[in-house]
Design a protein around this ligand. Structure first.
Ligand code: BES
Ligand code: ZN
Length: 463
């Protein structure tokens, strides 16, 4: 029996224990964006450092100005093959609205379907605790079965990915030498569909902005002042409405500078995947693609930039009714970027648009939330071919090369700061409800995800 076959057999035999370890991690409330859960974020980091160290990947918890990083190494200088850095994030999104969860988001459970398939339901099950544990458990099986890993491995686990990774830049800068490897492996993306594994070769970038418009110096009686006093919610609504034209294009000047049309060989690959927007949108109760009218839904999510309002508030929103003209109105917006769009230019264009449309008696303030460019990965790298082959063998279906509408800001920093390419392999599905109530991860994603990493490590270690 080959090493790999023994490792795969051990993964199968130990799967219940792998699941129980994932449950332990899922129980930790590591919501990075809410200061109330600071201690839980540290607890998740401690837990992971202990697990990694337990399997011989000597790991420490490193303080940052925000939540800690976990860094571990198991490096063997006599191992051939590339030295890889595995990246995942242990932080999760907030759970609200809590009343829409069918169970406690931090009491993970297995739900069985009538067709015999199972899923793991909990906040972070798919994004990203389940995914990062696929790698940890694959490494565990390699070490347990063969006494080591097939190549040198370092691990970096972050606790601020869901809140824009503010500590990442300084951390990478300060630890450049330690973290520079030949290739980063990232498990935070999805499969093409439930049977077809995938490697994501494009990621969209992200610019986040929070905006507050202030008019009067206090909330006013809307009978006494209504008509005469400027209402900042009206102002905000007008400004936001002006961000798109009737064809769904973003109106900011030069917004589309740097947007690149996909070469034909890529679009041909994608056409062959047979994306069906009715199935995709039908899964969330929608029918009609709502973005740029002249683009397909697949283009809208993979290759085109967007401007979205993520939240808007102001005035009285409590029970009953209160007739006020609020003093302030607020919104959170984000832009997804593609190609060579420049995050700083987009932010500036947005702020200029707001200032130019601000009427008398209003003031505006902005706060910045993350900024990362889009990313394209090399289609022709030998590592990609090996990863693809390993996935194809595990799933019995050729691994697809896909785009990804989401953003993982660190992947850009790996390239620009550490000169390191990334290979993005993940086992999430579109219906995993990431960032939503009742987030889940397929049991098959967890099990075959572990087996996939065991194979990918083996494949990368071969000449
Ligand atoms: N895992 C996601 C990225 C992702 C989303 C991959 C959808 C595949 C499909 C990641 O954790 C995430 O949500 N990133 C944030 C980044 C932001 C908060 C800086 C995102 O894309 O909104
Ligand atoms: Zn994620």
């Amino acid at each position: 029996m080959s090493h790999l076959d023994r490792v795969l057999a051990r993964i199968d035999a130990d799967f219940d224990a792998s699941l129980s370890r994932l449950f332990d991690l899922l129980k930790i409330k590591s919501i990075s964006t809410d200061p109330e859960f600071k201690g839980d974020c540290r607890a998740a980091a401690d837990w992971l450092a202990r697990e990694l160290t337990g399997i011989g990947i000597a790991a420490t918890v490193r303080d940052t100005d925000g939540h800690p990083m976990v860094v571990g190494h198991k490096t063997d200088t006599d191992k051939p093959g590339p030295h890889v850095l595995f990246y995942g994030h242990y932080d999760v999104q907030p759970v609200d609205p809590l009343d829409l969860w069918e169970c406690d988001p931090f009491e993970p459970r297995v739900v069985s379907r009538e067709d015999g398939t199972k899923m793991i339901v909990a906040r972070g099950a798919a994004d990203d605790k389940g995914q990062l544990m696929t790698f940890v458990e694959a490494a565990r099986a390699w070490v347990a079965e063969t006494g080591g890993l097939p190549l040198s491995v370092s691990v970096l686990l972050e606790g601020e990915e869901e809140s824009g990774s503010p500590s990442l830049h300084p951390f990478l800068e300060a630890n450049q030498e330690e973290l520079s490897c030949d290739l980063a492996l990232v498990c935070d993306t999805g499969m093409w569909d439930r049977e077809t594994p995938a490697i994501s070769t494009m990621l969209r970038g992200l610019v986040g902005e929070q905006i507050t418009i202030t008019a009067a110096d206090r909330d006013l009686h809307s009978g006494m002042y209504g008509g005469a006093a400027r209402n900042p919610i009206h102002v905000l609504a007008d400004i936001i409405a002006g961000l798109h034209d009737e064809s769904g294009k973003v109106t900011l000047p030069h917004f589309y500078d740097g947007v690149i049309d996909m070469p034909e060989d890529v679009t041909e690959l994608w056409d062959a995947l047979g994306f069906d927007h009715e199935t995709f949108l039908g899964g969330v109760g929608l029918k009609h693609p709502a973005g740029e009218a002249d683009r397909s839904a697949l283009e809208q999510i993979w290759t085109r930039p967007t401007c979205e309002i993520n939240g808007i508030w102001g005035g009285y929103t409590g029970a009953g009714f209160k007739t006020v003209i609020p003093s302030q109105a607020h919104a959170k917006l984000s832009f997804r970027l593609v190609g060579d769009q420049d995050p700083d230019q987009i932010r500036l264009a947005f702020r200029t648009h707001v200032r130019e449309h601000l009427p008398d008696d209003c003031e505006v303030s902005f706060s910045k939330h993350g900024g990362s460019p889009a990313l394209r990965l090399d289609f022709d790298s030998p590592a990609l071919a090996k990863g693809r082959q390993a996935l194809t063998e595990e799933w019995g279906k050729e691994a697809a090369l896909i785009g990804c509408g989401g953003s993982i800001p660190i992947v850009g920093d790996f390239k620009s700061m550490l000169g390191m390419d990334s290979m993005l392999i993940g086992f999430g599905l579109d219906d995993d409800k990431v960032h939503s109530p009742n987030e889940k991860y397929e049991m098959s994603s967890y099990h075959k995800g572990i087996r996939s990493w065991a194979r990918v490590l083996d494949a990368l270690s071969q000449d």
